[in-house]
Design a protein around this ligand. Structure first.
Ligand SMILES: [Zn+2]
Length: 227
């Protein structure tokens, strides 16, 4: 009955592909199979380059990105949709699709024991209503069946030495830092850091530095921006 109702609703209000606006067919979610096949996937061989960014800089052992991110590209539209248009379901699906693929490649990322989405500053999370990295992690968890940790690490604005600065200067000098609240859940685990876009790696490195020494760290970014 529910299926019949869905079919009727679809007939009058067809769900459209968010990239090409063609009506989706049964089994397609958000993006049609045609557009999905044409996304700029990062080939397995070129993943080594992502790894090499972090070599020697931190304890990050494997780094992977799923798609190339370029201005004006379909990937930019996807990121925009999941970040600013409240499309949490898309973030979930992208995390799920990425890991169905990585699982088929037997990627070491799939040996992760716990997911740590890069936290947003609480104020930003309140404004947006959600953390897109958390929703990508939910999609990944649907494939790997592992827990998501959203409480052990928090993101804050650095406050030391700010007192002497002029108020304007304080705004421009605001630096966000990650703080480890508790190491209980992460201790000795293979932790997978998750975020939407990897640009310079600074955010990942900064977040990894607070779990350095207590956990084995890997990272996964949905998209890799060329710098
Ligand atoms: Zn399409």
């Amino acid at each position: 009955m529910k299926q019949l109702w869905n079919d009727i609703v679809n007939l009058f209000y067809p769900r459209l592909c968010i990239l090409c606006s063609r009506p989706l067919i049964k089994g397609e979610e958000q993006i049609c199979l045609h557009c999905l096949a044409r996304l700029p996937y990062i080939r397995y061989e070129s993943q080594q380059r992502v790894d090499s960014w972090f070599a020697g800089k931190s304890e990050i052992q494997y780094a992977r990105a799923y798609l190339h991110y370029e201005k004006g590209s379909s990937v930019q539209r996807l990121i925009h949709d999941l970040k600013y248009h409240g499309n949490k379901e898309l973030a979930y699906l992208l995390g799920r699709w990425a890991f169905l693929r990585l699982q088929a490649e037997q990627s070491p990322l799939c040996q992760a024991e716990i997911l740590l989405p890069i936290p947003l500053h609480p104020k930003k999370k309140r404004q947006r209503g959600y953390n897109q990295a958390e929703w990508i992690a939910k999609g990944i968890a649907s494939v790997l069946s592992i827990p998501i940790d959203t409480t052990s690490v928090v993101r804050q604005v650095k406050t030391d030495t700010q007192t002497r600065r002029h108020i304007y200067e304080r705004w421009t000098n605001m630096e966000e830092v990650f703080t480890l609240i508790s190491d209980e859940a992460l201790k000795g685990k293979r932790v997978l850091l998750v975020d939407d876009v990897l640009t310079t790696g600074a955010t990942f490195n900064s977040c990894a530095s607070v779990v350095d020494g207590i956990a084995e760290i890997r990272l996964m970014a949905f998209a890799l921006a060329q710098v």
